[in-house]
Design a protein around this ligand. Structure first.
Ligand code: ACO
Length: 441
């Protein structure tokens, strides 16, 4: 699938501040608009960013104690030195995602109530359902937002950006939160040295906003090849292999990977997807100021971005040595660190490119326009923000309580009470006794 961008380099105007990237006026109503009316073009800009990783760090030396591996092997084959792992059971995909999303909203200085859509890209959702994005929506108090999870493995964050851009350009959303969040440590077999050394946990989030300022996400390139699905798979727990004693005891709930096949695939698609997305945006690899690639393996990045595309090392941001492969979270975490490191400036041409299970790949090209200097946090705003999150938690508790009340007190006086309903469904499957009318007290 390809997403045609509106590249607008000549028309692009520098911004005076983050406020200039605020939401544009709502799209005109086509029913009432005269046929000749010209519509204001809309652009999708990243205006907020944040990340969160668990505090527990596992080094290569720590792994030497667990499996038959060595720091030297891991560094030379992958570039990874350490990774953050959600050791505390309270740290979950949603808790990391919520923290990252709050930071993104803070950077953008946008209240959660203004968010129209939350997309959580993840391979380790909190549950099969409800969507992790809905848990995030509830915790943020994003009362006006739709929410869904996106499953495209490590390419998921860029897929999410493409969806966000589409929603914004279509006029259906002003603000979209795109989050990549993972607790891969929970699905990794810690006795399998071929996978456990690679992955880490974390979350990264960006707020994408509608704007009339030309630039932002210019073009996206999404791809898939399901014939390679077996190369990277979590076999059990879905409809093909539902959870059973056998699936658990045979380790079918852990990541299975054909590392060499994924490596070959990744080096091919990273370069091709980058070339195609740049072409669509009207650029060449020589125009790129910064590539933020999926942080899976340093050799994949060297082989594809540096060697095949000839993009110099100082224009490629790498932080996998600290985090390992955090799947959907790797690009947004790297983006945040690139900003913190002063690698990104308004006017830069930026590429995000990733690959993952599916097999999938995705790239997007941005004309970055948002000011990146740190803004001092106004104590009043920070306090107000905390209060809104407290209110969101209280609202959530209240709504659960209301649901509970509705559940135990039937609103229709003729409807059977809960105990009566239970009588209708005896465990032995025999015909139920007649339902006794509920006695009114
Ligand atoms: N420590 C020591 N030795 C190891 C380890 C380890 N942790 N893991 C594997 N080995 C051994 C292998 O058993 C093999 O031994 P053998 O020669 O005796 O059989 C030897 O090292 C070489 O293995 P290779 O597979 O040739 O190693 P390679 O150079 O291909 O690197 C790696 C392996 C790092 C897994 C690489 O193939 C890779 O990075 N692949 C891509 C993986 C990836 O990115 N996955 C995530 C995709 S994104 C997503 O959707 C989550």
């Amino acid at each position: 699938m390809a997403d045609t961008g509106n590249s607008n380099r000549e028309n692009s105007a520098p911004l005076n501040g983050a406020g200039a990237l605020g939401a544009s006026a709502p799209a005109p109503d086509s029913a009432s608009a005269p046929a000749t009316r010209e519509y204001t073009p809309r652009f999708a800009h990243i205006v907020g960013w944040g990340y969160q990783v668990p505090s527990k760090v596992i080094t290569n030396q720590d792994l030497e104690q667990i499996v038959d591996t060595s720091d030297e092997w891991i560094r030379s084959r992958t570039g990874i030195a350490e990774r953050h792992v959600a050791a505390d059971p309270k740290e979950t995909t949603s808790s990391l995602a919520i923290a990252a999303a709050r930071k993104a909203l803070e950077v953008a200085d946008v209240p959660a109530a203004k968010v129209d859509l939350i997309i959580c890209a993840t391979t380790t959702p909190e549950y099969s359902f409800p969507a992790t994005a809905c848990l995030i929506q509830d915790a943020l108090g994003a009362v006006n937002a739709g929410a869904f999870d996106l499953s495209a493995a490590c390419s998921g964050f860029v897929y999410g950006l493409s969806m966000a851009r589409g929603q914004i350009i279509a006029g259906d959303a002003e603000y979209v939160l795109v989050i990549g969040a993972e607790t891969l440590s929970r699905i990794v077999d810690w006795t399998d040295r071929e996978t456990c050394v690679l992955f880490g946990d974390g979350a990264g989030a960006v707020l994408v906003a509608a704007s009339e300022v030309p630039g932002g996400i210019l073009a996206c390139e999404l791809g898939s090849d399901g014939s390679g699905g077996n190369a990277l798979i979590l076999p059990a727990g879905g409809s093909a292999l539902p959870t059973s004693l056998e699936t658990v005891s045979s380790g079918q709930h852990y990541v299975k990977m054909d590392g060499k096949a994924v490596f070959r695939f990744a080096t091919r698609v990273m370069a091709n997807a980058t070339r195609r997305v740049l072409e669509r945006a009207g650029y060449t690899p020589a125009d790129v100021d910064l590539v933020v690639p999926h942080q899976a393996n340093l050799r994949i990045i060297q082989n594809s971005v540096l060697n095949q595309l000839k993009i110099p090392e100082d224009r490629v941001f790498v932080n996998l040595q600290k985090y390992g492969n955090t799947s959907t979270a790797s690009i947004p975490i790297a983006l945040c660190e690139a900003i913190d490191a002063g690698k990104l400036h308004p006017g830069d041409t930026v590429v995000f490119v990733g690959f993952g299970a599916g097999l999938t790949w995705a790239a997007c090209c941005l004309d970055w326009r948002t000011p990146v200097e740190r803004r001092s946090t106004d104590w009043w705003k920070a306090t107000r923000r905390q209060a809104t999150y407290g209110a969101a938690a209280a609202r959530s508790v209240f709504k659960r309580a209301v649901r509970w009340v509705y559940d135990v007190l039937p609103t229709d006086p003729e409807a059977p009470a809960r105990e009566d309903v239970r009588e209708r469904t005896p465990a032995d499957g025999k015909e139920a006794a007649p339902v006794k009318p509920r006695e009114k007290s």
